[in-house]
Design a protein around this ligand. Sequence first.
Ligand SMILES: [Mn+2]
Length: 298
Amino acid sequence: MGIFGVPMDLGQGRRGVDMGPSAIRYARMEAAIEELGHSVTDLGNARVPIPELVESDESVRHLDAVRTVCEEVAGRTREVVSEELFPVFLGGDHSISIGTVSGVAGASGGRTGVIWLDAHADFNTPATSPSGNIHGMPLATLTGNGPPSLVEIGGAGASVRPEDVVLIGLRSVDLEERNLLHAAGARAYTMKEIDAYGVARVVRQAMKDLSHVDRVHLSFDLDVLDPEIAPGVGTPVRGGLTYREAHLVMELINEAGVVTSLDVVEVNPILDVRNGTAALAVELVESLLGRRIIDLPV
Ligand SMILES: [Mn+2]
């Protein structure tokens, strides 16, 4: 496994998620993964400018700087994937995924599916975004509908097909964003479906939705969790996954054995309590990578 940090907070308005990689490392991510029997290489961090030194008169905030960082991330990702390391990317705000997903998709042949665990759809475009913050646009961008200079990272056109994308945990989606999501044809499971059918059924359906792809990238925004258990996130929204629901999501995805790369994004230590959100992120990554409560014969 290869850990790569992207301490970027240029894609959103509130400072703090730039410290996410540090907080997650402090919560012993590397040791936790090693204890599961995986060898881990820490590949360091991407070079990211601080907002104070970035011109931001663009209508899409910090567009050029985000593009430069995401291009570096995509390039490094291709190296990591070619060395057959399972990459674990630590954000940073969710705009880092424009680099990680396009890098993963570009490094491998065939079709890359994406599971997007998030309270938000991240499906805005410059035309629909209320804020101009790029962390609300990465999934639209990756499926080909975003700022052209970001869409073309990792090669011309979309990095992934909308029908190869599944969103889970939504509960805050802007009006125009809903229309874009619907028109694109991505599968979306909101908190309503999770409440109505249970998280296990939703995850199993999501796995069926992606059964045709060659690999799956899991993009894990910590704000999918309820703020009561994960207060240290960039954009908290109440009504999220409980502690056990979140573990079960990861345990079931692990059983499916399809995920080959991972983002852990939007951890904000400034809003956190004693680094608990970063510690929970590490716990959930352990479940994703095979930690079991006990080993039962199947
Ligand atoms: Mn997000």
